[in-house]
Design a binder for this molecule. Structure first.
Ligand code: QJS
Length: 232
């Protein structure tokens, strides 16, 4: 998170850190007791290793009440996701067991109505991604409020040049922006997850390259299908 600030501890109890060998790789968030949503690109360099999911955390390293690392039973990237573009950049992770819900671990509702969030709506995003241009990695969760940018502006030739589909959305990236390590986290508007930070490599903090999110509503049926099949 560039240009943001340290979140108040445990006010975002849905936040997850996807980790490999104890290293934060990407964000994610709890959408059901046994399911975390993140971004498919985050699995690109894991060469088949399974993530572990840290829930209930504010600090990545300090002991905290209700902080717990979960093993992952299954990682399901959206079938349309690929390494060449940002399309269908979603990843569902089934935890080995249901997360124990408490004050620090809670599910975040996702948007199911497929209607664009109005431009200029102020939404918030949080993560353990880089907090400055030198790539400094924070120990604590950071957050940021950002206004939604209209798809027309985001698709302008000098911005993302018509690559933003109706299943994506953008926020203004002037100075304050998401960055590497924030991918997979939720864009929360009025308490509901509207988008997932895409994990394709992109410059951060440059107003010419707005932040891109996968909208969740268009994928509600896919998410429900995977959860229904996975819960058996
Ligand atoms: O965050 C991303 O956009 C992104 N996209 C990816 C694609 C493949 C992939 F193998 C990883 C990623 C990845 N995350 C990262 O590189 C994380 C490791 C770096 C990081 C940054 C800040 C704080 C902690 C750790």
């Amino acid at each position: 998170i560039l240009g943001g600030y340290e979140a108040k501890p445990h006010l975002k109890p849905y936040m997850a850190s996807l980790q490999l060998d104890g290293q934060h790789i990407c964000g994610g968030f709890l959408i059901a007791k046994q399911w975390v949503l993140s971004a498919a690109h985050c699995t690109e360099e894991t060469d088949g290793k399974m993530f572990q999911v840290l829930l209930g955390a504010h600090s990545l390293t300090e002991p905290e009440p209700h902080k717990r690392l979960y093993r992952v039973r299954a990682q399901i990237p959206h079938p349309g996701s690929n390494i060449h573009n940002n399309k269908d950049d979603l990843l569902l992770l089934q935890l080995e067991e249901e997360a124990e819900l408490n004050a620090h671990v809670q599910v975040l509702p996702v948007q199911r109505e497929d209607r664009d969030v109005a431009p200029d709506t102020v939404c918030e995003v949080a993560g353990w991604g880089t907090i400055n241009h030198s790539g400094r990695r924070p120990d604590k969760l950071y957050q940021l409020e950002r206004p939604v940018l209209s798809r027309d502006v985001c698709n302008h030739r000098t911005r993302h040049d018509h690559t933003i589909t109706e299943k994506m959305m953008c926020t203004d990236s002037r100075r304050k922006d998401t960055c590497k390590g924030d991918s997979g986290g939720p864009l929360v508007c009025n308490g509901v997850a509207e988008g997932v930070v895409t994990a394709g490599s992109r410059v951060c903090g440059n107003y010419k390259k707005p932040a891109i999110y996968t909208r969740i509503a268009p994928y509600a049926a896919w998410i429900d299908g995977v959860i229904a099949a996975g819960d058996g």
